[in-house]
Design a protein around this ligand. Sequence first.
Ligand code: F6R
Length: 598
Amino acid sequence: MCGIIGYIGSKMAAPLLLEGLQALEYRGYDSAGAALLQSGRLDIVRRAGRVENLKTPLNELAQGACVGIAHTRWATHGAPTEHNAHPHRSADARWAVVHNGIIENADALRDRLVADGVAFASETDTEVIPQLLARAEGAPLEALRQTLAQLAGSWALGILCAHAPDALFAACQSSPLLIGAAQDGMYLASDAAAFGDDVFALYRLNDGEMAVLRADSVAFYDSEGAPVRKEAAPFSRRAHGSDKGMYTHYMRKEIDEQPDAVRRTLAQFFSDAGALRLPALLPSSPRRVFLIACGSAYHACVTAKYVIEELAAVPCEAWVASEFRYAMPLIGKGDVAVFVSQSGETADTLAALRLATVHGAHTVGIVNVPDSAIARACALVLPTLAGAEIAVATTKAYSAQLAVLYALAAHWAQAGGQECTDFLDELRRLPEKISAALTSEARAKAVAQEIHKEEHAYFIGRGVDYATALEGSLKLKEISYLHSEAYPAGELKHGTISLIAPGTPVIALACTARLLPKTAANIREVTARGARVFALTGAGADQNTLDAEQIIAVPTAHPLLMPSLSVIPLQLLAYHVAALRGCDIDKPKNLAKSVTVE
Ligand code: F6R
């Protein structure tokens, strides 16, 4: 959500901080700020809005400082204003802090500090940290240790102290924080995307740890202040490539990358002879499967519930992670709990994973970021190999998640003696079919022209088409701000049909041949009330059968694999509607790429 970048070395800090912030901006972009430390003086500059707004004031402030921290914020406590932007400083101007995460006991700490006469300058939970640091005793590291011991919640922290001009302090608890070693200095970042080109080695802070970065060294400490030894992992910025190339938006580029993302992902699970091979650690006959995630990743889970139950005859439940974690789920030994997450850092998914682990379920992660918290906490990881996804709205990671879930379904089908030869044959050909689905762009664009001025749209479908309708609807509303809802096609008449008026756009998914007559009947229910229907079909139906104004044809495949194909025109539709409405496609308002708060 928020992003942290810090630098200490022999180069000018300001341009490196700006570059880092720009690379992190996809994670949160309500406001941004930086602190520079030079000759024992801390200078802070902050601006509401985009990182762009910080550029000129930060450059003006720079004047040769080689130590700095910076932050891009996604507001949780307090409005996204300049005075709530990070860094926050202590009342005595000695400490400056950038923070990702949430301090859960901030209110109690603030009350205590205010009662002691401390004046606060923001509404944030973060500000208690510099204020506590200023009141702690001893050398800076000891002050940090004392402060952390009073906090509850989650934090990744970058800290400067005016009395320690040659050091940058860091600490982490349930929020990722990385240290990058470069030829000319040390970087601190919440995401490797922010590192400079010259970073060659990487360290990850573990929960409870602190670090002291200096221009040519880094030292690690546990929560008691005892030194910790850590091995660096090699790092190359190029491997994290995040170049937009010839595309105007990352989202459009990532849509095109889907055949490759799915090809790479599936290749892990097929032998050279074409046999399906999943890791031996995967239980072959689970009692039940729980699929748990948030947002689009949850929609992949809803799809997989249909697929696993139909193909493998294993009982399966799909859960939104924020619901699962506070429900009393009947999960335990013999059950497999699958956690699906692009970032691998989603707070609710991580909490649900911890709960499932405590209940004794076998945990499996489907994760795009290999070294993420969810990947590290699962008993087994089946990676999605989508590559770095920069656009806030997921596309290629979603497609890669579906690919892994299909492989899982086929694995359990084979293990249970269920026939799935056709499914597997078609699964191997899925990347080519996704390429073919990309040719639907002209049709998707034509539909976008028709609907982009509307205020509401509805998506309907049955079975896996309903799961894809959920994803198509989310994609449209999150990036174009055109309100949309997805419904099981047969459910609309139980209330929502009262919202259908002459001209209301309905995007109908009719890609499941066996359900075609049923979906066609539901389409007639809405056209009878004046709706304009735009239908997606791979089932060979025409405009008349579907009573649709326009048809977007999707390549045909095994019915359970159709979601991977029908989602493509829906992504393109959302993209073109957002473009026609002049939206900021890669950074939709109020959203963040990695949702590290509950
Ligand atoms: C929507 C989108 C989000 C994420 C959700 C989970 O386009 O990207 O709904 O799917 O926030 O994020 P991850 O997959 O990182 O756990």
